[in-house]
Design a protein around this ligand. Structure first.
Ligand code: TYM
Length: 329
């Protein structure tokens, strides 16, 4: 029997952080054993906000190396860069024509990012159309399951909507995908603001723990993390900052947050944070060690091979799509 397929991706728009790892990559590593897996570095998405060309190519390479260091096995999974498979942009254009603008303007990510612009007229069309490109990524590969953090749910809902609409209009073509979101790690919050998610684009470095941060930096960031004014370690919505730290601790130890809270209930924040920092350092150490051993040559080979494999699948699907739309005579 054919395996089901998963597809997911990360934007090379900044440093990969613990939120990306716990919300997405950690699940990919497990799932790749049971699913036909495709993991993409979505550079076409990254350029919907301004990027420096030199920095972008460095980041693309860094994300690919981190995929490998985290344990994505190119023997099991396809790893590739989005812009090297033209069919993503091509399918995006076709889906563009069946997408309502109102479905795009209501996206939370669009609202957040466009709010940073001085006025609506100066928001780039790329930012608005971002979710259509994501739908193209997913639909192009007959994806069954999309393992992501909770913030991507709205985009996957739109993907389903576009897939269904296309199928109705032009005949059964696309598999309709489901999201795969695990409770633990689905939304890691910023260390400097527990009400907003940990993010590559947050202006303060104290918002996030990057996967490649040194032990000293990790410790410093955790010791400086905001805690709630009331003392006492407990897992509660009334203490969102502590709740976030307990969620992180739980995700990397596989102990429940309640169990960890009860272990520290008679301790102060300092001891708790010191132990959390040590646990995070130990957790990231093997990834960092592997990262430093992977050669650029290896990354290049993996990406060349991944693009060739992805392209083959994408071309078959695009041929079907264009035929259904009446474009192949
Ligand atoms: P991106 O690059 O913002 O994030 C990559 C993955 O990390 C998850 N994530 C988080 N999870 C938990 N807590 C957080 N603080 C946190 N921050 C990020 C995201 O949910 C995501 O799974 N649009 C996507 C990229 C994309 C994609 C796709 C994903 C493009 N095409 C097709 C899946 C399938 C994005 O912006 O990811």
């Amino acid at each position: 029997m054919n395996k089901q397929r998963i597809f997911s991706g990360i934007q090379p728009s900044g440093n990969l952080h613990l939120g990306n790892y716990l919300g997405a990559v950690k699940n990919w590593i497990k799932l790749q054993n049971d699913y036909d897996s495709i993991f993409c570095i979505v550079d076409l998405h990254a350029i919907t906000v301004p990027q420096t060309p030199q920095e972008l190519s460095k980041k693309i390479f860094e994300v690919a190396k981190l995929y490998l260091a985290a344990g994505i096995d190119p023997g099991k999974s396809i790893i590739f860069v989005q812009s090297r498979v033209n069919e993503h942009a091509e399918l995006m254009w076709l889906l563009n024509t069946i997408t309502k603008t109102s479905d795009l303007t209501k996206m939370t990510q669009f609202k957040d990012k466009s709010a940073k612009e001085a006025n609506f007229e100066s928001v780039s069309a790329g930012l608005l159309n971002y979710p259509i490109l994501m739908a193209a990524d997913i639909l192009l590969y007959d994806t069954n399951l999309v393992p992501v953090g909770e913030d991507q749910l709205q985009h996957i809902e739109l993907t389903r909507k576009l897939g269904r609409k296309f199928n109705q209009q032009f005949g059964e073509t696309f598999v309709i995908p489901e999201e795969f979101i695990r409770k633990e790690g689905k939304r890691i919050m910023g260390l400097d603001n527990p009400l907003d998610k940990m993010s590559k684009s947050a202006s303060s470095e104290y918002n996030r723990i990057n996967l490649l941060d040194s032990p000293e930096i990790i410790t410093k960031k955790i010791m400086k993390a905001i805690t709630d004014s009331e003392q006492g370690i407990e897992y509660s919505d009334q203490k969102p900052a502590l709740k976030n730290l307990l969620n992180i601790f739980s995700s990397i130890t596989n102990l429940t947050p309640e169990k960890i809270a009860s272990t520290y209930k008679d301790n102060g924040y300092k001891e708790f944070k010191e132990d959390l920092a040590e646990a995070v350092v130990d957790y990231l150490k093997p990834i960092q060690e592997r990262y430093n051993k992977i050669s650029d040559e290896t990354v290049k080979k993996v990406l060349d091979n991944g693009a060739a494999r992805a392209r083959k699948l994408a071309q078959i699907k695009m041929k079907e799509v264009k035929k259904k739309m009446g474009m192949i005579i």
